[in-house]
Design a binder for this molecule. Structure first.
Ligand SMILES: [Zn+2]
Length: 82
């Protein structure tokens, strides 16, 4: 029995697994593409926040950069990767 809660996308009602990039908004979970469709303005804001954090913390920058690689092309902001 797993203690992990099964994450489900509030938009498409499909499961969210480790291969997906989840977005949590309040107590709702979304696939990144689903969240992007629902909240395009937040997509840009969150991408900028991740970029800023990656510069503040070298310890977590690698993980954040990997997340940005997943996020930025879908968000239409490839310039964030440079
Ligand atoms: Zn979804």
């Amino acid at each position: 029995m797993s203690e992990q809660q099964p994450a489900q996308c509030a938009q498409c009602s499909r499961g969210i697994d480790d291969a997906d990039v989840p977005v949590v908004r309040g107590d709702e979970w979304f696939h990144f593409p689903c969240w992007q469709v629902l909240f395009p303005a937040d997509t840009i804001r969150e991408s900028r926040k991740l970029t800023r954090r990656s510069r503040e913390s070298l310890d977590t920058s690698r993980e954040l950069v990997e997340r940005l690689h997943a996020l930025a092309p879908a968000a239409g902001h490839p310039e964030l990767l440079s």
